[in-house]
Design a protein around this ligand. Structure first.
Ligand code: NAD
Length: 605
């Protein structure tokens, strides 16, 4: 490495001779004494597709990228037909692995065709002992895919037929690439010129220095990856394509080219499988580098050092599930290793939500004005499976304190992937009994707290440019008028509308927004709720009465927490929780008049 490269953290480049004497351009980041992670690019890409991920891994690992033969600065085989078989690509990989890490096996990561190749490397004999782990992103094993199709064709059910037809439709480009000459002409002509713009628009990628100038040639050569392998392997898939290494499968749920169903049978082929899903499109190395770097880093660390604290999956699985129950596996796939911030985390719904995310293997920040309570929640979150958990003492209605929280969070922990603006207080009493101070207090916490959270963390998420999700806890009171709760209901209706507006604004940034609207949930909110226009003695009596009512109703906050995780997974706009909330929502649409009638009845508290 030259002094300049060292100073600027630029990769060192060199050439390695691959199968059949093809020269492969290899780039290395970080200290070569650290565990080696080899990142293999897809089609039509070059090694630079990984630059953002490599930058984020280079402080902990020796990161290696190489241009696949025929791509970027690597040479192409003299005869293209037959020059791109998986067998030849395996020879290339072994040559690179031997050059960059002669004494230790490497951790392999592949995206798209890099992952298709990776499956070959992770399942053939020749590479045994040379690979420690494999992270597969958006590229199936052609052998597994072949068996997947065969099984569905041999024993068709309506569901299986739909799956095969669905994936067939997503694979239109594979048929196109099998036509002779035309793809090459298109890539070297108009398609090659337009591709960077098409890619940026379709995948919502930042318009930066990627793709590189070699794209038209890369794409023209790369057509042989398909022609040399797809029909051959799908027609007669290897019967013994079992992975001899642990595999982490990362599936982008918005992938236009691959159906999630392709991986349904994967446990059969991979004895040690960890599944992850990410709400993103196909080109995740460009759109979600931070998330990928975290998952890759955790996976590599856990298999390199066996350190459960740094492997969210391991730690999450070793703790008995208490909140998530049957939905635990799906939650771990989706959220493991992410960063989640929850306000109002010392008690009730917020606390249960922290535990649910902790069980899913996320790192959590528990925020509350009750510092001791927040610390307790964070401590228990670690025991529930969070790889890390931190308490923060903040009053959400305090704009300055929230600004500091956002800055500190970004500095110390990173940009949260999910923010749950949940802190809230109760206030009952007629409108005429509600003083301006009462209004101010309830709006400051229930509405301004949510505004601050959305504004500050929404901005961080947009600036990071890698998506995210904001959840706001509203209430069934948002669509159910009541003569007894004018201030509280107004604050929650505002939260609901704010969430809907923000959802529209943040959608182009890949950031979802959900409003959660529970009915009566058995939490300590009744202990702190206030009743306007009554003396202290009467306050206590009413609190006790409503606590009894909430206790009798006995709807657990854990169920709301589960609904919150589901809402993020499915990106649902408005989520009524509890039967009474769902009923009120239905009535508000079908017969608002009936709901108005109900609003005149005094509640039993
Ligand atoms: P809770 O009282 O058990 O928890 C609320 C938490 O928020 C407490 O830990 C409290 O210290 C914290 N908090 C209050 N004001 C704060 C502030 N200014 N800054 C920081 N933290 C603050 O109540 P819960 O039932 O879990 O309520 C959570 C959310 O759910 C609230 O927004 C509430 O309005 C909403 N909600 C509750 C119910 C219900 O029946 N419990 C129903 C619908 C909506």
């Amino acid at each position: 490495m030259t002094r300049d490269e060292q100073a600027e953290g630029r990769p060192r480049e060199r050439f390695v001779t691959g199968g059949g004497g093809v020269r492969l351009c290899v780039a290395e980041y970080g200290d070569a004494a650290l565990p080696t992670v080899v990142l293999v690019h897809g089609y039509p890409d070059s090694k630079e597709v990984w630059s953002e991920v490599a930058d984020r891994l280079a402080d902990r690992f020796h990161v290696v990228l190489y241009d696949v033969r025929g791509h970027g600065r690597s040479g192409a085989p003299a005869r293209l037909r037959g020059g791109f078989t998986l067998e030849k690509l395996t020879e290339d990989f072994l040559a690179v692995a031997d050059a960059v890490s002669p004494d230790h096996p490497v951790h392999l990561v592949g995206h798209d065709w890099g992952s298709v190749q990776g499956w070959e490397f992770a399942t053939v004999r020749d590479t045994e002992g040379r690979i420690s782990s494999f992270t597969s992103i958006s590229g199936p094993s052609l052998d597994h895919f072949g068996h997947w199709i065969k099984r569905r064709v041999r024993r068709p059910t309506p569901r299986r037929v739909v799956q095969v037809v669905g994936q067939g439709a997503k694979s239109w480009y594979v048929y196109a690439l099998h036509t002779p000459v035309l793809p090459e002409l298109a890539w070297r002509g108009v398609l090659g010129k337009q591709w960077p713009k098409l890619l940026a628009r379709a995948e919502k990628l930042p318009t930066d220095s990627y793709p590189t100038a070699s794209l038209p040639e890369d794409a023209a050569h790369g057509a042989w990856l398909y022609r040399d392998n797809v029909r051959r392997r799908l027609g007669s898939p290897r019967p013994d394509a079992y992975a001899h290494v642990p595999v982490q499968l990362i599936t982008p749920t918005g992938d236009a080219f691959l159906s999630e169903r392709l991986y349904d049978d994967l446990d059969r082929w991979v004895p040690r499988l960890t599944r992850r899903t990410v709400a993103a499109k196909h080109w995740v190395p460009r759109s979600r580098p931070e998330q990928l770097a975290r998952w890759i880093g955790d996976f590599v660390t856990s298999h390199e050092y066996g350190d459960p604290a740094s492997a969210s999956v391991v730690s999450a699985e070793s703790t008995a599930a208490t909140v998530l129950g049957a939905s635990g596996a799906a939650a771990k796939e989706r959220f493991g290793g992410q960063l989640v911030l929850v306000t109002g985390a010392a008690s009730g719904i917020g606390r249960a939500t922290v535990f649910a995310f902790a069980e899913a293997g996320t790192r959590v920040i528990a925020v509350d004005r009750d510092g001791e309570g927040a610390a307790r929640t964070a401590e228990l979150a670690r025991l529930s499976g969070a790889p890390d958990a931190w308490p923060e003492t903040v009053d959400v209605s305090d704009a300055e304190a929230m600004e500091k929280l956002a800055a500190r969070t970004a500095d110390l922990y990173g940009v949260p992937d999910v923010v749950v603006n949940n802190a809230g207080i109760g206030l009952a009493g007629s409108f005429l009994d509600t003083t301006p101070e009462d209004w101010k207090q309830v709006l400051d916490v229930n509405l301004w707290g949510v505004i601050h959270g959305c504004r500050l963390f929404g901005k961080l998420m947009v600036e990071r440019g890698q998506g995210g999700h904001i959840v706001n806890t509203a209430s069934a009171a948002a669509f159910q008028p009541s003569r007894a709760l004018p201030a509280y209901s107004t604050s929650k209706a505002a939260v609901l509308m704010l969430s809907e507006c923000l959802r529209a604004e943040l959608a182009p940034h890949g950031i979802g927004v959900s409003a959660i609207c529970p009915g009566l949930v058995n939490t300590p909110i009744t202990r702190s709720a206030r009743f306007a226009g009554v003396g202290e003695e009467e306050q206590e009596k009413r609190r006790a009465r409503s606590a009894r009512l909430y206790g009798l109703r006995n709807y657990p906050p854990e169920k709301v927490a589960r609904a919150i995780l589901r809402a993020v997974r499915r990106d649902t706009a408005v989520v009524p929780v509890t039967p009474e909330a769902r009923g009120a929502r239905l009535l508000s649409r079908l017969s608002p008049k009936a709901l108005r009638g109900l609003s005149r009845i005094d509640p039993p508290v």
